[in-house]
Structures are given as structure tokens and as C-alpha cells.
Design a protein around this ligand. Sequence first.
Ligand SMILES: [Zn+2]
Length: 255
Amino acid sequence: MFIDTHCHLDFDSFDDDLPSVIQRALENQVSAIITIGTDIKSSERAISIAEQFSTVFAAVGIHPTDCQHTTSDDIKIIEDMLSHQKVVAVGEIGLDYYHMRAEKEKQIQVFSQLVALAKDKHFPVIIHNREAHSDMLALLDKLKPGASGGVMHSFSGDSEYLQKVIELNLFISFTGNITFKNAKGLDLVSDAPIDKMLLETDSPFLTPMPFRGKRNEPGFITYTARKIAETKNLSLEKVAQITTSNAKSLFKLQI
Ligand SMILES: [Zn+2]
């Protein structure tokens, strides 16, 4: 059994066939899926999808590319959403200096507020970091998001950064891009302790081989899991078993 701890089922590309996407995931032994909000509207949609499908859970948050106009009222709305029984995390939150759709100071402010909220309410965090390594490291040191647990999703960075993230009580996850030909970062996959790893697809993005170029979906998680198994010299069953138990304990999933 697998758990897809990070996907975006509320995005347009799932509008036409969401029930069959979830059915195909089940057929591929994906027994739980966490769909992640990226702003207030997307978080509302994530909750509504989680209400419709028993295997789907929701995370609510404001993505760093969507935070330029975030107000304290928005933070309060996210806080209220945490009382929904299918909400299991605060995310997606973080820093994104690649797209830079919000000023750095604003990204740091919103990320800090949402980490504080998650810690206060004892929810794990789902962190996005793109090309903001040094600011992210400084913030992790200061904010200690790992106090209520969390994950650095779609991990990119070096082994020193990986160590730091793990020391701060965060899990890490890799996406389908580790299955690409000449994939970078496989040394990080082998360095990362399996008991600190989660599985994710980040669907509809980052589709693994052999479906690269098509829309990604939770059922494709087996391709990434198989690559992790191969890289770490573990059986696929072992990878499934350990990452599932990691995800269940981090997100307190009752499945
Ligand atoms: Zn995401």
C-alpha cells in the first residue's frame, strides 16, 4: 500500500475525470491521497474533494507564488479550515525565488505566519522551497517548523541541506523527476534515510517515466517508489511499508 502525500487534485486538469483518477490510484494500491491547497480558494476545493472521496485528505495553505496579497484575514480563514476533520496539514507553504511572483519579504512573512499557526495548532507543515536555500535554512533554524512535524517536498539541494532538514525533524520527499533519464539528485535519494522519507507525485506535475509529458496522477506513484527501491537497494514492498507508516504517523491518518 502506498500513500501519495502531495498532489493537486483541485487543478483544472482533473476536472473531467477525477473519480476515475482516484479509482485508478486504488487499483495501484494508493490507499490514501493528500491533496494540497495553494491559496484560499484552492484550499476550499481541496476540502470539498476530501469530503467526496473517503481515501482523500486535504492540506490547506498559501503557496509562496500566491501570497503577494495575503492578509491577516486570510491567515484566519486557513486557521478555521484546520478544524475540518479531513484536514491533516498546513501546506503548501514556503519560499519560491524562481517564479518570484511575490516579494521576498512578503513570502517570508506569510511563511512565518503559517508555520507559527501550524505549530500552535499542532499540525505538520508541507514546505515548498525553490531556489531559496539560504533564506529557507535561516528560517528553518529560526522558526523550527519540525516542532509539529513536516515535510520538505520535492526535495532539491545538497547533502548538507538534506542533513539539516532531517536534523530539524522534517521528512523529505522526491517526485517523479528522479525517474528521468540522467536524473540529478539520485545520490540524495540514496543518502536520505528511508525512515525520513515520504512518497509523493506532485500531480498533475512532474510525471514519472514512462509517462513523462502526460498529466501526472496519484496512481503513477509506483514508478517513483520503484526508482527509490532500486536506488536504495530495498524491495518495493519495504519502500511501500516504511513510507506508508511514516506518512500515517506524520499526518495522523486513520486508515
Ligand atoms: Zn505542490
